[in-house]
Ligand binder design. Structure first.
Ligand SMILES: Cc1cc2nc3c(=O)[nH]c(=O)nc-3n(C[C@H](O)[C@H](O)[C@H](O)COP(=O)(O)O)c2cc1C
Length: 289
């Protein structure tokens, strides 16, 4: 699998066939969850495969998701996050997205669902845990993803046209900020041209990571390109949900970079949480290049 192609083509699936998945696929997902728990080694983060999709949907309709619009699917993944510090939030999202990648490679569709506002009482009844913050819907997508053929739907990358795939009737919320809107040179707000990014061999990387999914499609990540490193910033750091989006982005960034021959990992910076409240943006990580 190529991560760049996968990310560009992945979409949030909100309608599913009423069809069970085979036991061997379920086993595969459960094994992946076990592997992720071993890799993640953080007791504050727990993933689980939830079989009773109908019961979960019925209880959460009107209560979970955007404005209470719950997504109906035959199964869900539950994500419990016990600590709200930013490192745990980032890590939980990084590992959950690695599971989502595996699940989508099995031919299934997924969508993140925000359950932060569901009452503790309902969470205890459904999940035996008040720490469940997100669900991931899982199932066979109801609609096919169709290959685009209109030039209008192509994306412009530097000097090249790239053919992409988006689904029929794809929602406008899937649009993304341009590379120039998310990458700055040396300091916050300082524009950088795509020619310079192309010369430094980084244009494709930023082009593709823009497709990372985010809550309400907020795309809170901003990059400052320095001589030998990329500094990752988040806008509106007081919104803790942005750290989930950043963790997802970091997962794709590292894997797409690796495919391009750029090896490295994000190093998280220490954040003094008292300083976060009144800031428009803060630096949260560095990637050496
Ligand atoms: C952390 C997170 C939470 C999300 N929560 C919801 C949700 O509650 N309901 C929903 O319909 N979509 C949800 N989404 C999906 C986003 O709206 C979607 O990723 C974004 O609009 C981009 O569209 P795309 O994934 O189809 O490219 C969530 C995505 C993320 C990453």
């Amino acid at each position: 699998m190529r991560y760049n192609k996968f990310l560009k083509e992945r979409i949030s699936v909100r309608e599913y066939k009423d069809k069970k998945i085979d036991d061997n696929l379920k086993e595969n997902i459960k094994e992946n969850i076990n592997l992720i728990h071993k890799k993640c080694r953080d007791n504050n983060i727990k993933l689980s495969f939830l079989e009773d999709g109908n019961k979960i949907y019925e209880k959460l309709e009107g209560k979970a998701g955007y404005s209470g619009v719950m997504i109906k699917s035959p199964y869900y993944i539950g994500l419990e996050i016990k600590e709200k510090d930013y490192k745990t939030l980032i890590s939980s999202a990084y590992f959950t997205e690695s599971l989502i990648t595996e699940i989508e490679n099995l031919g299934l569709g997924t969508c993140w669902i925000d359950v932060n506002d569901v009452s503790d009482e309902i969470k205890k009844e459904l999940f035996s845990s008040i720490h469940l913050k997100y669900l991931i819907s899982i199932g066979y997508p109801k609609h096919k993803i169709k290959q685009m053929d209109s030039p209008k739907e192509f994306d412009y990358l530097g000097k090249r046209w790239i053919v992409g795939k988006r689904p029929a009737g794809s929602s406008p919320t899937s649009s993304r900020l341009s590379v120039e809107e998310i990458v700055y040179k040396e300091k916050w707000g300082n524009k950088i041209g795509t020619n310079e990014l192309e010369n430094r061999g980084l244009l494709d990387l930023f082009y593709y990571v823009r497709y990372t999914p985010s809550h309400l499609n907020k795309q809170p990540w901003r990059f400052i390109l320095e001589n030998n490193k990329i500094v990752l910033n988040t806008i509106e750091p007081k919104d803790k949900k942005n750290f989930i989006d950043l963790g997802i982005m970091m997962y794709y960034f590292e894997n797409i970079a690796k495919e391009m021959g750029i090896t490295g990992n994000w190093k998280l910076l220490d954040i003094n949480s008292e300083n976060v409240e009144d800031k428009d943006y803060i630096a949260i990580g560095e990637f050496k290049i």
